[in-house]
Design a protein around this ligand. Structure first.
Ligand code: PLP
Length: 385
């Protein structure tokens, strides 16, 4: 099998698995229990908090809140900040400014917040998949509670101007949330340099298990909790997922140590992959050619159905995606490509290829060996004889 869908999910690294398994086997204490078994689990959770904080450049480990994953971190960050600001301002701050290219986790939340009386505006994005900072910033005003801008897009990998937007938001007293689920471990992230108040990340995009994530909450920022309860300093109720949290911590430490080498490796693979794919007649690359995650490439093939291509590649043992993992299976154009102005006929003929930990030159070679034939077969089938 050739796995080229690391933006959908990643394999758990052996180092991560080795670190977390003892916490499922013998270290099963509740970290909130006072006896030794519980306190050992507490120490493991706090160590992981430090590892996550270090990767993000957070001032203090207490700024990290553990959650069940990227979706929950987005909902707690944006929703929690929106309700808190709304209540503290006695309803004066009831606006959220975001982009047209956010992940569905954010878009679904914005739909819900609109129904509950918030004004949720979405800044347009350019044809390169990047949301221009000037247009976004002009939409932020004194009524804005939260600004939500993803760090890198999950489909095209396009990097967004978070620091510029954050500066504009700060000037107007709005809090800034960034969904960095796709960026963590792929590009350097420093919450202080970005100037964000809230940052979401997810374990399973980072070679840790599914069902664990974290939210960075800048010291002093208060959130209305989504899962109420006393854990995580009243910010997120529920007994901590100790094994998952330990795995996330180790994955963050590995990411911090290996970042520059991993990014260079991913970029070299991606460049070779792009050259091969773009030599197929009609193929085009979507998204900014350079301001992009090093591991992500998104292509369109006019006249093809991306979903059919994904199935054809699967039959050859290659895993890629035709859209965000959650909506794969439907050949409707993605909201991201629509926002970029890619015509529907082209957008539906798209695939996303994403490399990651464990991807080797041989995987790219194998993919490039089967892709042109798969495209040719589908094109031939599409033309009535
Ligand atoms: N945000 C982005 C940009 C994502 O790509 C994803 C997952 O695809 C999520 C949020 C949701 O993360 P999780 O699957 O951990 O809930």
């Amino acid at each position: 099998m050739i796995y080229l869908d690391h933006n959908a999910t990643t394999p758990v690294r052996p180092e991560v698995l080795d670190a977390l398994l003892p916490w499922l086997r013998e270290g099963y204490g509740n970290p909130n229990s006072v006896y030794a078994l519980g306190q050992k689990a507490r120490a493991a959770v706090e160590r992981a908090r430090e590892q996550v904080a270090a990767l993000l450049g957070a001032a203090d480990a207490s700024e990290i809140v553990f959650t069940s994953g990227g979706s929950e971190s987005d909902v707690l960050g944006i929703g929690g900040a929106a309700w808190q600001a709304h209540d503290e301002s006695k309803g004066l701050r009831r606006k959220i400014v975001s982009t047209r290219i956010e992940h569905d986790a954010v878009r679904a939340l914005l739909t819900q917040l609109r129904r509950r009386g918030f004004d949720a505006a979405e800044a347009p994005c350019g044809p390169d998949g990047i949301t221009p900072a000037a247009g976004f910033s002009a939409m932020i005003d004194e009524a804005t509670a939260v600004v939500a801008v993803m760090h890198a897009n999950n489909e095209t990998g396009a990097l967004q101007p978070v620091a510029e937007i954050a500066a504009a938001a700060r000037a107007r007293g709005a809090l800034v949330h960034t969904d960095a689920v796709q960026s963590i471990g792929k590009v350097a992230i420093d919450v202080k340099a970005l100037g964000v108040d809230l940052l979401a990340l997810s374990g399973h995009k980072l070679n840790a298990p599914k069902g664990v994530g974290a939210l960075y909450v800048r010291r002093g920022v208060r959130l209305a909790p989504v899962v109420t309860g006393h854990q995580e300093k009243n910010r997120r109720g529920g007994t901590e997922n100790v094994a998952g949290i330990v795995g996330l911590g180790v994955a963050c430490e590995l990411a911090a140590r290996e970042l520059s080498g991993a990014a260079a490796h991913a970029l070299a693979l991606r460049r070779r992959l792009e050259a091969g794919v773009l030599s197929i007649s009609g193929a085009r690359l979507n998204g900014h050619p350079e301001k992009r995650l090093p591991n992500t490439a998104h292509f369109s093939f006019p006249g093809l159905d991306g979903h059919h291509l994904v199935v054809a590649l699967d039959l050859e043992g290659v895993c890629v995606s035709s859209g965000p993992a959650c909506s794969s299976g439907a050949s409707t154009p993605s909201h991201v490509l629509s926002a970029m102005g890619v015509p529907p006929a082209l957008a539906t003929g798209s695939i996303r290829v994403s490399v990651g930990w464990g991807t080797a030159d041989a995987d790219v070679d194998g993919f490039l060996a089967v892709l042109p034939k798969a495209v040719e077969r589908l094109r031939a089938a599409a033309v009535p004889s």
